[in-house]
Design a protein around this ligand. Structure first.
Ligand code: NDP
Length: 253
């Protein structure tokens, strides 16, 4: 979409789609991991599914931002680096390290995630291509950049630490589910999701962009209903599940 004003109009529409999707996800939990169920077609190993679906995002982001772009500024390059740091972990390190990474994942689920990730990568890459010149080097000392970067880093730390706690629960190769403990698990059932949501709201703040906000809203739209489903599942599964834990947002939800 080369017309900037049309593109800026399309982003709020994409946010509305996110909110509608969120409403649906409260009733239909995405069928992977503990919520897997038959009826979603053929599958592929989880590690491959994660690689394919998550690689779509850095690919689209780079493809729409970089080639032939003579107006790349230093802050935009810094944004690119942050996006890549997150996605190198999510698309390549995470799938290879996850326990039980040969468990099946429905190709239909991975396909939907490829679409979601590609569109969000496109929107953010294209936005920065259209409007990136506005970020001069002074942006590095702008309070919005500094606050957003701190949020992004804190969110990523919470996310990767929580992913590691979950991975350790399967270190014995049993493939069982256990009650996770430590870190923010003392407050919520899904601190990995909480960290991811904080991270992308940090991104929205550090880029101060509608595109960034759209992706943060999509992340929350995907992960909040899933966290609520996980939380209910934990309570049903473990009679000794800590009663004071929330689902995803400490003290709130
Ligand atoms: P989950 O928390 O459902 O699972 C993460 C891994 O830990 C899986 O391998 C899972 O196994 C295992 N696991 C989870 N709970 C337990 C437990 N109690 N005992 C033992 N093992 C457990 O996360 P997701 O798979 O949904 O997501 C993985 C990462 O991807 C997260 O960091 C998330 O933030 C991110 N993500 C981001 C999205 C976005 O919109 N930006 C969308 C989806 C995910 P199993 O698979 O067998 O359940």
């Amino acid at each position: 979409m080369s017309d900037p004003s049309l593109f800026e109009l399309a982003i709020p529409a994409w946010m509305v789609v996110a909110l509608a999707t969120m409403a649906v996800l409260f009733f239909v939990t995405a069928p992977y991991g503990r919520h897997s169920r038959p009826g979603w077609g053929p599958s592929l190993p989880a590690w491959l599914g994660w690689m394919v679906m998550e690689a779509a995002s850095p690919l689209a982001f780079s493809l729409f931002l970089l080639p032939g772009n003579d107006h790349l500024t230093l802050p935009v390059l810094a944004f690119w680096v942050l996006w890549m740091v997150h996605y190198v972990n999510r698309a390549f390190v995470y799938p290879l390290r996850m326990a039980d990474n040969r468990r099946p994942m429905a190709i239909s689920v991975a396909g939907m995630a490829v679409f979601f990730n590609f569109v969000n990568g496109y929107i953010n890459g294209h936005y920065l291509r259209l409007f990136g010149e506005g970020y001069t080097s002074g942006w590095f000392v702008d309070p919005r950049f500094i606050a957003g970067l701190l949020l992004f880093a804190a969110g990523m730390r919470i996310n990767t630490h929580s992913d590691a706690v979950l991975r350790d629960l399967r270190a014995n190769g049993s493939g069982e589910y256990r009650i996770p403990r430590g870190g923010l698990f003392s407050r919520v059932s899904c601190p990995n999701y909480f960290g991811e949501i904080v991270e992308w709201f940090g991104w929205a703040c550090l880029t101060w962009s509608l595109a960034g906000l759209a992706f943060a809203i999509w992340t929350a739209a995907n992960l909040i209903p899933r966290a609520v489903a996980h939380h209910r599942w934990y309570r049903r599964r473990f009679s000794d599940y800590p009663y004071n834990r929330r689902a995803v947002i400490p003290y709130l939800l």
